[in-house]
Design a protein around this ligand. Structure first.
Ligand code: G3P
Length: 215
């Protein structure tokens, strides 16, 4: 499973990219709104840092707005993927942009049927929001499992991005289910790196290493 970062914060993206495992970035209007600066410039900067798909979402939600903004975003850099919300106008926009060779990520996906329709409309990526499904008392990982089963069964080319990841176990479970990608917030990536036994082990090796050197 590839790891994307779910962030529009340049420092977070730069720091995590330096660790060597980062395969892409997802942003959304809420993440962008937390940062200062021009949206398109921010997206360009992210593309300069990370060598992989950078997902950016149009701010309008009508078909005309999504295709106009989608085309403008796609023209910023070859790595841009246009995020399109799952709705009727969104499906039309996904299929229109796909015909123009622009890659899209169907976002705000909460069911297997939505995933199937978005994939068939031509989305390159499908983003089920695992955490938000859990938030309303349903099982986000179960929905992810259904989506993987269905898309695998028909060899649909779209890649699935487990999104709305809230904690490290979401990442482990998404990987076990076979999600192609998980997009993970900065805090959760940091928690994935840490283990108390690793810290203890490093401290002991350092101590014993100093003894070996007679220090
Ligand atoms: O990028 C979309 C998604 O990951 C949002 O997550 O935490 O706002 O539900 P969240």
């Amino acid at each position: 499973m590839k790891i994307f970062i779910d962030s529009a914060n340049i420092e977070e993206i730069r720091e995590i990219n330096e660790l060597g495992f980062l395969a892409g970035v997802t942003t959304n209007p809420s993440l962008v709104a937390k940062e200062n600066g021009d949206f398109h410039q921010m997206v360009r900067k992210i593309c300069d840092i990370v060598n992989g798909p950078v997902n950016a979402e149009p701010l309008g939600v009508t078909f005309d707005e999504m295709i106009a903004e989608g085309q403008a975003l796609a023209s910023l850099h070859p790595n841009i993927v246009v995020k399109i919300p799952m709705c009727e106008d969104g499906l039309k926009a996904i299929s229109y942009l796909a015909r123009q060779g622009i890659r899209t990520n169907a976002t705000l996906v909460f069911s297997a049927n939505q995933a199937l329709l978005a994939a068939r409309a031509g989305a390159s990526y499908i983003s089920p929001f695992v955490g938000r499904i859990d938030d309303i008392g349903n099982d986000g990982l179960h929905v992810l499992t259904e989506i993987m089963m269905i898309l695998d069964q028909y060899a649909v080319e779209a890649e699935v991005i487990a999104a709305s990841i809230r904690h490290p176990m979401h990442v482990t479970e998404a990987a076990k289910i076979g999600s192609h990608i998980a997009t993970v917030p900065y805090k959760v990536i940091k928690a994935m790196i840490k283990h108390p036994l690793t810290d203890l082990g490093i401290a002991r090796f350092v101590e014993d290493g100093r003894k070996l050197q007679g220090l």
